[in-house]
Design a protein around this ligand. Structure first.
Ligand SMILES: [Zn+2]
Length: 233
């Protein structure tokens, strides 16, 4: 399949990519901040908190990448299998396939004569591409890219996890827990608004929803952590 060069498609691509990145960063903030809050409530030292934070970042990014790779890879396997079937059909029954394509264009609103011409020309240009796009619905934008997906979700998770990491590194020890909490909530509010923006939904609702779920996760971890409270050194 050739790459498309229409400027209006780049925006769609970028929006999808940004939206996925924002969601990954949300995960990184919520899970690592909750982890740190839980450990802090158990009375862990700031040194332990930093190690916990980094371990959370690495394990989270790795598992995000693995999960994303597996899910996108299975999607791309399906697409590949579909394309193989289609290529075989094109070789075996070129006539039937041309009819099929013509029918698709008639259903999309072209009159039979024009549909037939379009089908013939597109078949001459690249039959498999035409069938992939107009029959199966695979194009360059939807084509699944497992490595890219895995890399970008690991990266965005890590960026989210950087918020609690930097809070621990740069805040005075007595305020550490509060700073981690406040930075966590503020960054969630901002990212929640951003992800609503990309999804085209209400930014206020989006940021509130993410912030509330984030606070619940953090409060729950703190509560669990406090059950294990050991006297700070
Ligand atoms: Zn076909």
């Amino acid at each position: 399949m050739s790459h498309s060069h229409h400027p209006e498609q780049h925006f769609i691509q970028r929006t999808g990519w940004l939206r996925a990145a924002v969601l990954g960063a949300n995960d990184g903030i919520i899970s690592v901040t909750s982890l740190v809050m839980g450990m802090a409530a158990s009375g862990a030292s700031s040194h332990t908190l930093l190690i916990t934070c980094i371990a959370g970042l690495i394990s989270g990014a790795t598992s995000m990448a693995a999960g994303e790779y597996i899910s996108v890879k299975s999607q791309s396997d399906i697409e590949e299998a579909d394309l193989k079937v289609e290529a075989r059909e094109l070789e075996k029954n070129p006539h039937l396939e041309l009819k099929e394509l013509t029918h698709i264009y008639i259903q999309r609103g072209l009159d039979p004569e024009l549909a037939h011409q379009v089908a013939i020309q597109l078949t001459e240009k690249d039959a498999l591409e035409a069938h992939a796009r107009d029959e199966i619905g695979i194009n360059d934008i939807t084509a699944a890219k497992p490595i890219q997906a895995a890399g970008s979700s690991a990266l965005s998770f890590s960026i989210g996890a950087l918020f609690p990491t930097l809070s621990i590194l740069f805040s005075p020890e007595i305020y550490l827990e509060k700073v981690v909490l406040v930075v966590g909530i503020l960054s969630l509010v901002i990212l929640g608004a951003l992800s609503s923006y990309f999804a085209g939904t209400s930014m206020l609702k989006g940021s509130l929803r993410v912030a509330i779920w984030g606070i619940i996760a953090m409060a729950f971890s703190s509560w669990i952590g406090s059950l294990f409270h050991v006297t700070p050194i």
